[in-house]
Design a protein around this ligand. Structure first.
Ligand code: TRP
Length: 373
C-alpha cells in the first residue's frame, strides 16, 4: 500500500473532528452497520482559490479521512470524459495530476478504502452510460438547468453537453454510492440519477443502490460545508470568491506567492463602521476575514469573533489574517511541491485496478438485465 504523510496541515483536518461525534451518532450508528460509499468527482481545473480549498477540498478531505477509517469506501475520481464537453487545453494532463495533489497536500490520508481514479481509465463508465441512455429520456435531459444554460442561444451543441447527466449517473451507480458530495448546481443531476436507478430497479429488480436525496446529501455535507464556509471576494465581499473574477486582488490562489497573498488581505475591502463584528449581511468584508482566520488557524469561529469583538482597528485584524494566510500558503505549497507526479500515477494505477473490478461487476449485472450477456 502506498503511504503518504503530509502532516503539516493536519491541524486543519483535525479541527473538524469535534463535529464527528454529532455526525456519527446521526448518520452512522443510528442507521445500520452496513458500510456505505461516498463518491465525488474532482473537476480538472486550473489552480483552485483559497475559497475552493476551504469550502470544498478541505471538507471533502475531512470526510474521506474520517469515514474511510470506519470502513466506508471513498471514491475520489476525475471525470475527464465530462471535461471534454468543451475543448481542454494543453495543460490538461498537468492540471489533472495537480487536482489530485491538492487533496493530498490538504491532508488526505490514503488507506485501502480510499480509491482515486480517472473516469476514462475505467471503460465501464462509458458502457454503462450507453445502456442508461436507453433508460433516460430526452424530456428529462432537456429539463436539466445546466444543459439549458450551456445551450442557450446556440443553434446546435455537442451531444455530450446533453448527455452529461447520464454519464454522471453511471459514475455514481457503478459504485453503489450513497453519498455524493457536490455543489447545489449538481443536485438536479443527483435527482435524475435517482430517477434512472429507480426505473431500472422497478423493471429488473434490485440492481442499483439508490443514492440519497439531494436534500439529505446537503445535510451530510452541511455539517462541514454549511453556509458558514463560503469565502467571499476580497474586493467585493458581497460576492463569493471565484477564480473567474477579473482582478487579481479579489481572490487568493492556492499557489499564490505568500507575501503577495498577505498584501491582498491587507487591501481587502471592509466597511466604515470601525467596529469588528461578525455580520455577513452588513459587514461582509470583516466577517469574511474572521471566517478565514478561524478556518486557517483551527480556532473555532466563535472564539475568533469574541477575541476581536468591539475592536476598531481593522488594520490589526488584517495583519493577523495576512500572517495566517501567508503561513498557511507557505506550508501548503511545501507539501504540494513535495508530491511527485510519479506518486500520483502510482496512486491512480492502484485506484484504477480497484475501480475496474468494482465497476465491471456492476456493469455485468446491468448487461444481463438487458440480455446483452
Ligand atoms: N458534474 C460534476 C461537476 O460539475 C462532476 C461530476 C461528474 C461528478 N461525475 C460525477 C460529481 C459524479 C459527483 C459524482 O462538478
Amino acid at each position: 500500500m502506498i503511504k503518504y504523510s503530509h502532516g503539516v496541515l493536519a491541524h486543519l483536518v483535525e479541527r473538524f473532528h469535534g463535529m464527528e461525534e454529532v455526525r456519527s451518532s446521526n448518520l452512522l450508528y443510528s442507521t445500520t452497520f452496513i458500510m456505505k460509499t461516498i463518491l465525488t468527482g474532482v473537476r480538472v481545473n486550473s489552480e483552485p482559490t483559497l475559497g475552493n480549498f476551504l469550502g470544498a477540498i478541505l471538507p471533502m478531505v475531512r470526510l474521506a479521512n474520517e469515514y474511510s477509517q470506519q470502513g466506508w469506501q471513498v471514491n475520489i475520481f476525475v471525470p475527464d470524459l465530462h471535461s471534454i464537453i468543451s475543448e481542454v487545453d494543453g495543460d490538461f494532463q498537468k492540471n489533472l495530476v495537480n487536482s489530485i495533489k491538492y487533496y493530498l497536500a490538504a491532508g488526505l490520508r490514503i488507506n485501502e478504502n480510499i480509491h482515486i481514479y480517472r473516469q476514462s481509465y475505467v471503460p465501464a463508465h462509458s458502457e454503462m452510460a450507453w445502456i442508461l441512455n436507453c433508460v433516460a429520456t430526452t424530456g428529462e435531459l432537456g429539463r436539466m438547468i445546466q444543459f439549458k444554460e450551456k445551450s442557450a442561444g446556440q443553434k446546435s451543441v455537442n451531444v455530450g453537453i446533453f448527455d452529461y447527466p447520464v454519464l454522471m449517473a453511471a459514475d455514481i451507480l457503478l459504485y453503489s454510492a450513497n453519498y455524493v458530495p457536490v455543489g447545489e448546481d449538481q443536485f438536479q443531476h443527483i435527482e435524475l440519477t435517482r430517477d434512472i436507478a429507480i426505473r431500472v430497479n422497478h423493471k429488473f429488480g434490485d440492481i442499483f443502490v439508490i443514492p440519497e436525496k439531494s436534500a439529505d446529501q446537503a445535510k451530510f455535507m452541511g455539517i462541514v460545508n454549511g453556509d458558514g464556509i463560503r469565502i467571499r471576494d476580497l474586493t467585493n465581499p458581497e460576492k463569493k470568491m471565484s477564480k473567474s473574477t477579473i482582478g487579481d486582488n479579489s481572490k487568493i490562489m492556492l499557489l499564490d506567492n505568500p507575501e503577495k497573498a498577505a498584501k491582498k488581505i491587507m487591501s481587502a475591502t471592509t466597511d466604515s463602521y470601525a467596529n469588528i463584528k461578525y455580520d455577513m449581511l452588513n459587514q461582509p468584508g470583516i466577517s469574511n476575514l474572521l471566517q478565514i482566520e478561524s478556518l486557517l488557524t483551527g480556532v473555532p469561529l466563535q472564539e475568533v469573533i469574541s477575541t476581536w469583538a468591539g475592536e476598531s482597528h481593522y488594520g490589526d485584524l488584517k495583519k493577523k489574517v495576512a500572517e495566517s494566510v501567508s503561513t498557511f500558503l507557505a506550508n501548503f505549497q511545501a507539501d504540494f511541491q513535495a508530491i511527485s507526479d510519479e506518486q500520483i500515477y502510482e496512486l491512480l494505477e492502484v485506484g484504477e485496478a480497484y475501480a475496474n473490478d468494482a465497476a465491471d461487476a456492476k456493469l455485468l449485472q446491468l448487461q444481463k438485465a438487458f440480455k446483452l450477456r
